[in-house]
Design a protein. Structure first.
Length: 357
């Protein structure tokens, strides 16, 4: 047997971590091991492989026996495919102004799917029935895109978390008005870990119709999934996935990752650890003069304001982003591989830079 050889050269220091995004993290070792399990030999392409077939039962164990999972490449693709499944060409979706589908997807829902996004300002990134009604009107008016869906994120872009009752109130309100509900769950695992509840508590049991389930932020190399929770009202996913360029030929390598993540408790361990590191970080920085934590820390995001020149110097040592250029608000994200030593070193660097100010 020949020894495998690669010409690849490690071009980064794996001990260096930042706080810009949980997408910066590498791949969890248990996910990497799953690739080897699925590798070798031939499997039917485009989702007819045994791993994707078995994945349906894995997702149903979390979301109920009617759930249908469609693996895709990325989160924007998942959201675009899911929203297309909910809306006709003249349809519109109501979302928080801070929602990923409005701010961070380069207009893909509108440009690629042709879906109007009707936004509502929110203080904490969360919609309510009352806020939805600010845009949920004009049915039958041919001059207005028809508000036929609501999209919420769990956790939100501001790091806040809905309770199951809050989501159920939204779903009941939307359904009463003939609207369907999409949940962007790129960090759904973090929300579940934060509240000690199963994934279905925020989704199937609350009345959500279709879910974008996130894997990349929770330890996967690549891949998300569109999960249909209400197959009576959400159809044609396999055609929409292909048309939206989200159909993987070697799908077994997406599916086996999700099996490794969801068949056991890896999803919960990863999310719970990321959340715990955010709590360690906020506890430390809350005691530092010159740092103001400006939002509740309910998942794995910490938002703070500090002197701009301090943030800019600190960015040269650790990667993170300004959230609001006007106020100087920054966002610090933790991940499944963030360590206590990472937090402590970052806090020490922050104190040092504040001292220089």
């Amino acid at each position: 047997m020949t020894t495998p050889h690669t010409d690849a050269v490690r071009r980064h220091d794996p001990s260096v971590r930042g706080f810009a995004s949980d997408n910066y993290a590498g791949v969890h070792p248990e996910i990497l091991a799953a690739f080897a399990v699925a590798n070798g030999g031939h499997q039917i392409a485009y989702g007819e492989d045994q791993y994707t077939e078995h994945l349906q039962q894995v997702f149903r164990s979390h979301f109920g026996e009617r759930a249908e999972a469609y693996p895709v490449f990325n989160g924007t693709g998942a959201n675009v495919v899911a929203l297309q499944a909910l809306l006709p060409r003249w349809g519109a979706v109501v979302a928080a102004e801070s929602a990923h589908i409005n701010v961070d997807e380069c207009g893909a829902p509108e440009k690629i799917a042709g879906i109007k996004v009707l936004t509502v300002p929110t203080p904490d990134g969360k919609l309510t029935p009352e806020l939805i009604d600010l845009q949920a009107w004009g049915w039958g008016d041919e001059h207005r895109a028809q508000p036929l869906a609501v999209s919420i994120a769990q956790s939100t872009e501001l790091g806040t978390v809905y309770t199951p009752d809050e989501i159920k109130a939204i779903c009941d309100h939307a359904h009463e008005r003939g609207m369907l509900v999409h949940l962007d769950g790129s960090r759904l695992a973090n929300a579940a870990a934060a509240q000690g509840l199963p994934l279905r508590a925020f989704t199937t049991d609350a009345g959500v119709d279709v879910l974008s389930y996130g894997g990349t932020k929770n330890g996967l190399l690549f891949g998300e999934a569109v999960v249909v929770l209400n197959p009576d009202r959400v159809r044609d996913l396999k055609f929409l996935r292909k048309m939206s360029m989200q159909l993987a030929s070697k799908m077994r390598f997406v599916s086996v990752q999700f099996e490794a993540l969801l068949a056991g408790d890896l999803w919960l361990r990863n999310a719970g650890h990321a959340n715990a590191m955010a709590q360690r970080l906020v506890t430390a920085v809350s005691e530092i003069d010159g740092v103001t934590v400006v939002r509740p820390v309910e998942s794995n995001a910490v938002f703070a304001i500090l002197p701009r020149e301090v943030s800019e110097r600190l960015q040269k040592r650790y990667r993170f982003y300004f959230w609001d250029e006007q106020t100087g608000e920054v966002r610090w994200m933790t991940a499944f591989d963030t360590t206590e030593a990472d937090i402590d070193a970052f806090v020490a660097a922050l104190i040092e830079e504040l001292g220089r100010a």
